[in-house]
Design a binder for this molecule. Structure first.
Ligand code: GAR
Length: 194
């Protein structure tokens, strides 16, 4: 069985979309894969409750308890590796990862970013897209490399930027598309690495 470990920091709606797809589309039978664990750097991440309710192991590792980014990432990797993951999925995990962490999971580490990469890596993507006068925005599923928000693109979704759009309204429009493309991209990744 291929284990998927999902990392979250907040609401975890992308994680929930992946868990629901795994259940609905019977990934255990069809892809020999399952969501084995959901880990968070924040104890108050709402997504942890959803994961528990779906019978998934959860864990919290508070980054503030570690002196350095390297120490946190090493402890996080140790926690992740307890599940021998075939795939590690970043789903709103709001931490910059060290090169050592990324190298350890090379080729089995995916992220979703709320912009049409390579446009707008980093934070505040929706406001930046509005400010730039973009007519379209979206989200990107990509392989994670040492360079922030780079790496091979696996999937994208495009939404219009509307007249008088606000960042929260655009974020919600993009997020609804994230929930479609991320589970699909994860399933395709798993099928391709059979
Ligand atoms: C999503 O929009 C995701 O693309 C974004 O955070 C949100 C998490 O929502 N990720 C990043 O900004 C990564 N730099 P969720 O917790 O409900 O899935």
């Amino acid at each position: 069985m291929k284990n998927i470990v999902i990392l979250i920091s907040g609401s975890g709606s992308n994680m929930a979309a992946i868990v629901r797809a795994a259940e609905h589309d019977r990934w255990a039978d069809r892809l020999n894969a399952r969501v084995a664990a959901v880990l968070s750097n924040r104890a108050d991440a709402q997504g942890l409750r959803f994961a528990k309710d779906h019978g998934i192991a959860t864990g919290v590792l508070d980054h503030k308890a570690f002196a350095t980014r390297e120490a946190f990432d090493a402890a996080l990797a140790a926690e992740i590796d307890r599940f021998s993951p075939a795939l590690v999925v970043l789903a709103g995990f709001m931490r910059i990862l060290t090169p050592a962490f990324v190298a350890h999971y090379a080729g089995r580490l995916l992220n979703i970013h709320p912009s049409l990469l390579p446009a707008f890596p980093g934070l505040n993507t929706h406001q930046r897209a509005i400010d730039a006068g973009c007519q379209f925005a979206g989200a990107t599923v990509h392989q994670v490399t040492a360079e922030l928000d780079h790496g091979d693109i696996l999937a994208q979704a495009v939404v219009p930027v509307l007249a008088h759009d606000t960042a929260p309204a655009l974020a919600a429009r993009v997020l609804s598309q994230e929930h479609l493309i991320y589970p699909r991209a994860v399933a395709q990744f798993l099928a391709a690495t059979a």
